[in-house]
Design a protein around this ligand. Structure first.
Ligand code: NAI
Ligand code: MG
Length: 499
């Protein structure tokens, strides 16, 4: 394991953005929080403060929601043709592409993730999302309905935008989560108040500038930086917000549901996971080893889909444990801005403490630390990629979402697929699972038996704007991406004429 924690320099565009005063975007204007309060933004690799952003709260959320309501009810956005809306959403993808390196650098600096991954996945994934969703603006069609009631009926449906949407997003993929939320809502014709995570507000603010450059009317997208308990809660509780879309912890997801009850706003939730990766003896074992290693170590393990429970058939268990540990050993840890680094720091001190707590608890509960388990260096929120073997279902590390580069390996010796599926399903979550096998029957039988929103066969952690994504059980409500996401951002209106 190589550790190279030095801070490489930033490009000129990202440097210029950082040096600017950062403000809230409300009704097309950049403004300070009404309270005048700000909070610091940190580089998690060096613990240095890199910026200050406004601490928006209820008063700012009220102003943003009022602006979004005005933009929705009157003004150019309420009359825009679908084709023009489509062009605006498409333009966001083009603008992002023009500034791709700057966004990748800001993301690596703010979140800690490797800049190479940020460019290839976060930024490119966001570009792809705007381009895919742009097409939906012109495809939101209703239907004509044949009815059997007596009389001469003409019944048809319209798909209308749901209205003012509050979007609360996390810090693990800050720009990409903004893209997943903004792109479909804009394509549907909604107006938005977006609240980025307090740990990682920078790319959302920079993206606000692109939204203005693209030519969106004032008030269509408003961006409020602030804490969850203040700005986030105000948005979730707001009586004039029609829908809230949330990605984050299951704990806060439950609070959002309660808050939404006030005006029965629509809710969609992408929450936690404890995804199984299951290696059958007939798998291409080398591929399964590198794939399951990346399933947990990618993005420092801070993926809701992370393959955090690794099940290996007893006949390949030793080889898999050794192989994944060897992969961990090859990982170069360091500052995310270094293009040769594969693993950056965790996002914050809070997450660092949390993951260290899990490592401690795993040791106490008797898990075997095959590799990793420590905190390298004396600066930044780094955690070594860690393999915990001989784990079992009763351990906290196996039951709870760790959200760090820590995998718990268990063996299975039962070839009865029902029994294997029972292991996989032994969790309150149901976001993703991967099955590693060359046997088509095993792959597709397992796919049906596992209760999760995505089943990956011989891959893990991938996604595409066209493929629906979301969770069973306590991993959430609803699906993002694909055609399914348009359900979140539209209402269906039935029109019944009796002639
Ligand atoms: P969190 O759920 O508190 O934060 C996510 C977003 O929700 C942030 O924008 C935050 O400001 C906002 N928020 C927090 N409290 C809120 C409230 N009462 N009302 C409205 N909005 C609120 O997640 P946190 O505390 O940063 O991380 C804790 C754990 O959550 C992680 O260790 C991980 O297990 C899980 N998590 C899961 C994510 C996912 O992608 N599903 C993303 C981030 C965290
Ligand atoms: Mg929290």
């Amino acid at each position: 394991m190589t550790i190279a924690i030095r801070k490489p320099s930033l490009g000129s565009a990202a440097t210029a953005f950082l040096a600017k005063p950062h403000k809230l975007l409300i009704d097309g204007k950049w403004v300070d929080a009404k309270s005048g309060e700000t909070f610091p933004v940190e580089d998690p690799a060096t613990e240095e403060v890199i910026a200050h952003v406004p601490a928006g709260d209820k008063a700012d959320v009220d102003a943003a929601v009022a602006a979004a309501r005005r933009a929705f009810e009157s003004g150019p956005w309420s009359r825009i043709l679908p084709g023009d809306r489509s062009r605006l959403v498409w333009r966001l993808g083009d603008l992002l592409e023009q500034h791709a390196d700057e966004f990748a650098e800001l993301e690596a600096l703010d979140n800690g993730k490797p800049v190479t991954n940020a460019r290839r996945d976060d930024v490119q994934g966001s570009i792809n999302m705007f381009r895919y969703m742009a097409g939906w603006s012109t495809r939101l069609t209703g239907e004509t309905i044949p009815v059997s009631s007596p009389g001469n009926w003409h019944v048809y449906t319209l798909r209308e935008p749901v209205g003012v949407v509050g979007q609360i997003i996390p810090w693990n993929f800050p720009l990409m989560m903004a893209a997943w939320k903004l792109a479909p809502a804009l394509a549907a014709g909604c107006t938005i108040v977006l609240k980025p995570a307090e740990q990682t507000p920078l790319t959302a603010l920079r993206f606000g500038e692109l939204i203005q450059e693209a030519g969106f009317p004032d008030g269509v997208v408003n961006i409020i930086t602030g804490y969850g308990e203040t700005a986030g809660a105000a948005l979730a509780n707001h009586p004039d917000v029609d829908k809230v879309a949330f990605t984050g912890s299951t704990e806060v997801g439950k609070l959002i549901v309660k808050a939404a009850a006030g005006n029965l706003k629509r809710v969609s939730l992408e929450l936690g996971g404890k995804s199984p990766a299951i290696v059958f003896p007939d798998a291409d074992i080398d591929r399964a080893i590198s794939g399951t290693a990346s399933a947990i170590f990618y993005n420092q393990g801070q993926c809701c889909t992370a393959g955090s429970r690794l099940f290996a058939h007893k006949s390949v268990y030793d080889r898999v444990v050794e192989g994944v540990s060897a992969e961990a050993g090859k990982i170069k840890i360091g500052h995310g801005l270094d293009p040769n680094v594969n693993l950056g720091p965790l996002v914050s001190k809070e997450q660092h403490n949390r993951v260290r707590g899990f490592l401690e608890s795993g040791r106490k509960e008797g898990a075997e630390v095959v590799t990793g388990g420590n905190v390298p260096g004396n600066q930044g929120y780094f955690v070594e990629p860690t393999v915990l073997a001989n784990t079992n279902r009763d351990m906290r590390v196996v039951r709870e979402e760790i959200f760090g580069p820590v995998v718990c390996v268990q063996s299975f010796d039962d070839d009865d697929l029902e029994a294997v599926a029972k292991f996989a399903n032994d969790t309150e979550y149901g976001l993703q699972a991967s099955v590693w096998t060359r046997n088509l029957k095993v792959a597709h039988m397992m796919a049906r038996k596992i209760r999760a929103g995505t089943i990956c066969i011989n891959n893990h952690n991938y996604g595409d704007p066209a493929w629906p994504f979301g969770g069973y059980k306590q991993s959430g409500w609803g699906r993002e991406m694909g055609k399914e996401v348009m359900e979140h951002y539209t209402e269906t209106k039935a029109i019944a004429a009796l002639h």
